[in-house]
Design a protein around this ligand. Structure first.
Ligand code: BGC
Length: 387
């Protein structure tokens, strides 16, 4: 969908991996990306192959067939994730079967079954519902096919070999701390009105995002400095099925009508990502006349970056999908060559069958002051994308 963006991916991927530190924090752009992850380096990272030997100059597909399963094309990020994975895996000499499941669990299961029967040798899966893949992944395990959970942890399946994601808890704390600091909760008297919205209950990430943010905000709610006038504070009450913008909008339509239509100000909205933040902004535009609240987000989706520029969303958390893709390609390459995938976390993510060795990339704070450097200078978007 964004050809300009995609065409720049290969040329900027390694620089971007340096700009947005993946796990190891920011390093200078003079060192190659693979220096961050020694295990991957030993396993001959994709980039080296693609640039190096004569036989590897043109992607051969001889490395094997990799299944890449994405949840939906409705949200911008998954299109980028899928395209980045395909492009980088092909450059590393693999064939790719890339599928999107239209946010439909049964479609995702069928697509994975097809990948298994079509001879995929490794599966990279971003699940729709983390709890729904146990049966099909048992088939993968039976066939000896390793599985990497991509961005979202797959729960209650012992077929999951590795997990690669951004530090989801940190995404939440960055959002919570932003609200704390903007409202100066340590010093200001308040009280301030806040409302909360997070993502799909079947997405394990949503609990980490919400948990991270609430670890920062809950003490202020408990002390009465932050007031949630809707009374909706539990994860279940503030969850949004499929992270859908429309669902977020209609929930906020009701919240505003009941609590903020009489001139009462809404001071802040903790929104776990951009698709829900967009629903909040749409609802405010239609229903709210008070002072515009602080609104958080995540992903730096184009619509939300435009809203940040227009003052309708305060911040977003940038998770460079090129960085995650290049990390996962290193993991795939290491596994396909018979080695262990590089990981940097062996304690945070228990999927119900035990800890899944993980690689956590570092999310980055974005707002109207740094978006140009982060998003345009790094080649993630063009100026025109944001107009
Ligand atoms: C991802 C977020 C995304 C959300 C909705 C989460 O699992 O980590 O980046 O905004 O899903 O697609």
């Amino acid at each position: 969908m964004k050809r300009k963006v995609l065409s720049t991916i290969l040329s900027v991927a390694m620089v971007a991996a340096m700009l947005v530190g993946c796990g190891g924090g920011s390093e200078t752009a003079t060192a190659p990306a693979e220096s961050e992850a020694p295990a991957a380096e030993e396993a001959a990272p994709a980039e080296t192959e693609a640039e190096g030997g004569e036989e590897a100059a043109a992607p051969s597909g001889e490395g094997g067939l990799i299944g890449v399963e994405m949840p939906t094309q409705d949200l911008q990020r998954w299109n980028q994730d899928g395209a980045n994975m395909k492009e980088q895996l092909e450059a590393a000499g693999y064939q790719v079967d890339l599928q999107y499941a239209s946010n439909d669990i049964q479609t995702q299961v069928s697509q994975i079954e097809n990948m298994i029967s079509n001879g995929c040798q490794l599966l990279v899966i971003a699940s729709i519902d983390g709890d729904s893949l146990g049966t099909v992944l048992a088939q993968a395990k039976e066939a000896g096919i390793p599985v990497i959970a991509y961005d979202r942890l797959i729960m209650n399946s012992d077929a999951v070999s590795y997990y690669a994601t951004f530090d989801n808890y940190m995404v939440g704390t960055v959002q919570g701390e932003y609200i704390r600091d903007q409202l100066d909760l340590e010093n200001a008297d308040g009280p301030f009105n806040i409302e909360l919205i997070t993502g799909d209950p079947g997405d394990n990430n949503a609990r980490f995002f919400f948990g991270g943010a609430m670890d920062v905000l809950q003490p202020y709610i408990d002390s009465g400095k932050l007031v949630v006038k809707s009374g909706q504070t539990s994860f279940e009450e503030v969850a949004t099925a499929n992270w859908a913008t429309e669902a977020a909008q209609s929930r906020f339509d009701a919240i505003i009508a009941s609590n903020y239509s009489d001139g009462t100000n809404l001071d802040a909205v903790l929104a776990s990502n951009d698709s829900t933040a967009l629903g909040v902004a749409n609802s405010l535009a239609a229903n709210y006349t008070g002072e515009y609240p602080i609104i958080t987000g995540q992903d730096c989706d184009i619509a939300s970056v435009k809203n940040m520029i227009a003052g309708k969303q305060s911040m977003s958390v940038f998770k460079d999908t090129r960085t995650l893709a290049s990390q996962v390609v290193k993991m795939v390459d290491a596994i396909m060559k018979g080695g262990e995938a590089p990981v940097n976390d062996t304690e945070s993510y228990d999927n119900g069958t035990g800890i899944i060795p993980s690689y956590l990339c570092e999310p980055v704070f974005a707002d109207v002051n740094n978006y140009k450097e982060l998003l345009i200078d790094s080649g993630y978007y063009t100026e025109a994308d944001l107009q």
